[in-house]
Design a binder for this molecule. Structure first.
Ligand code: ACM
Ligand code: ZN
Length: 488
């Protein structure tokens, strides 16, 4: 955009974001998540202007857009007399930031766009009735990965709902949206190479343009969109359209309920690999994340064990277990992703194989699949995202996975806790959608537990009663934005 032109960045209705300031609070700086750095508040407040002059310095303008969408204000880029000044702080970590709000406006120091986006979320949340109290704050996250997964396969959620989820994540400084796009019950990602995956399937799906729209919406909010195409299991929807990809070449029965299905993609045919590489290659181009999740969970080996192709390949590779065939499959997919600039993530089930790709990230969800080797690999330095189902599965009822459990989840594997291990990337909640289909049900599972997730993922402080007090304020604000929050 040419400098000096004012731009309207009002919040379109379709985004489901109301351009109102957060309701006035009894205390201005009750932030959620609780900051880790020093907060200094002083008397006075700065009035937001209808058209703000912004000096973005060396930053990409993308990182200021959400602030203006949320407030409904306009901005113009300006080098002199700016109301909002972004300053490069090369020594800061990725999302670390410093905010100063004083008589001449807002200053933000950060090393990268994600830090600016997080800072401006704080500024937005601190604002009330068009004013921001004078304050300074240095802040930084506990974990680099603060994630939330939405299963859009079991039930499809429209783009507006996906964006609303991302906006709510961003307001809580959650930075990784794990988009579970494929499973037994539905293939939700358009492929131009293989249009039959969505064309004749009868499934609702996201077009490539819609996916790009979500990625850029999330980027403006400091949220990374990590797609998941679950392989080689949980592929009923795929195999019903392309039966030749299965070991027996026959289409499986339609999958209605969430379950583990024994018919999975064949790992013994070169055509399978060629197909999957084309499919993943196309999908890689739609997402900017350095990560690509390829599932790997709950893949029974019954079909592979009876398949002539899988057996011939097994022999040729000199393997000693069919879990190792999945290990080989994972290595091939990860190698392909690497060549496309991506790092693979898999559920911890894949750790049943002896050999795994060197750069593979494990997402831990239980201690049964892949058994003890998850802990061994974590101690050996393998990067892990923690989503223990007893603490992080938001499809479980609120009285089972409680706010308190989410708040106090302190991930560890074997003898090693996250605080001792730099390879613990962070924590992530998962919302599987087998048992619900509406936006209301989705939100009532997400809220209020998402507040506890955000606080746990960002804040070093542990003060449950203080958190509960702030959670009440946050819930009221979320409700004012039209979000359904379950009773607590
Ligand atoms: C999972 O819950 N199957 C990862
Ligand atoms: Zn096979």
């Amino acid at each position: 955009m040419p400098k000096g032109r004012s731009v309207c960045i009002g919040a379109p209705e379709s985004l489901g974001i109301s351009s109102i300031f957060p309701a006035a609070r009894c205390k201005a700086m009750d932030l959620m998540p609780n900051p880790n750095g020093r907060l200094l508040e002083s008397a006075g407040k700065w009035g937001l202007k209808p058209i703000m002059r912004v000096n973005v310095g060396h930053f990409d303008e993308v990182c200021i857009r959400a602030f203006f969408q949320r407030t409904g204000l306009l901005y113009e880029l300006a080098e002199e007399n700016a109301d909002l000044i972004l300053t490069h702080a090369p020594n800061f970590k990725d999302e670390e930031h410093y905010i100063f709000v004083g008589p001449s406006g807002i200053q933000v120091n950060a090393s990268a766009e994600a830090g600016v986006a997080a800072a401006l979320t704080t500024v937005y949340k601190a604002s009330s009735g068009g004013f921001i109290p004078h304050f300074s704050l240095k802040d930084f996250p506990k974990y680099s990965h603060r994630g939330f997964m939405l299963d859009c396969s079991r039930h499809f959620f429209p783009l507006s709902v996906v964006k609303k989820v991302i906006e709510e994540m961003s307001l809580l400084k959650l930075n990784a949206f794990h988009w579970h796009l494929t499973d037994d019950q539905g293939w939700r990602i358009e492929s131009k190479e293989f249009p039959e995956l969505t064309e004749n399937s009868g499934y609702d799906f996201y077009t490539q343009d819609e996916i790009r729209e979500v990625v850029s919406f999330a980027k403006e909010r400091g949220v990374d969109v990590i797609p998941e195409i679950d392989l080689p299991g949980h592929t009923t929807a795929l195999l019903r359209v392309l039966p030749w990809l299965s070991c027996k070449g026959k289409a499986p029965e339609e999958a209605y309920l969430g379950d583990v299905f024994s018919i999975i993609a064949c790992a013994g045919k070169e055509e399978s690999y060629n197909f999957l590489e084309k499919l993943l290659g196309e999908a890689c181009g739609l997402f900017e994340s350095k990560y690509f999740h390829i599932g790997g969970d709950e893949a029974p080996k019954t079909e592979w064990m009876q398949c002539p192709n899988c057996n011939a390949y097994f022999e040729r590779l000199g393997l000693s277990s069919f879990e190792d065939l999945q290990g080989h499959f994972t290595c091939r997919m990860a190698e392909f992703l690497r060549a496309n600039g991506k790092t693979a993530i898999c559920w911890n089930d894949v750790t049943s194989a002896r050999e795994l790709p060197d750069d593979l990230v494990i997402q831990y969800w239980n201690e049964f699949s892949g058994a003890g080797s998850v802990a061994e690999r974590f101690s050996a330095g393998r990067p892990v995202i923690f989503s223990d189902l007893r603490n992080m599965y938001f499809d479980y009822p609120q009285d089972v996975v409680t706010v308190q459990k989410v708040y106090s989840y302190s991930p560890a594997l074997g003898e090693l806790s996250c605080s001792q291990a730099p390879n613990a990337l962070g924590i992530q909640a998962c919302l599987w959608s087998e048992l619900f289909s509406t936006e209301k049900e989705l939100e009532e599972r997400m809220f209020p537990r998402i507040f506890a997730l955000a606080e746990n993922a960002w804040s070093n402080s542990r003060d449950y009663s203080g958190f509960m007090r702030r959670m009440k304020l946050e819930s009221d604000e979320a409700k004012a934005r039209g979000v359904r929050v379950a009773e607590f």
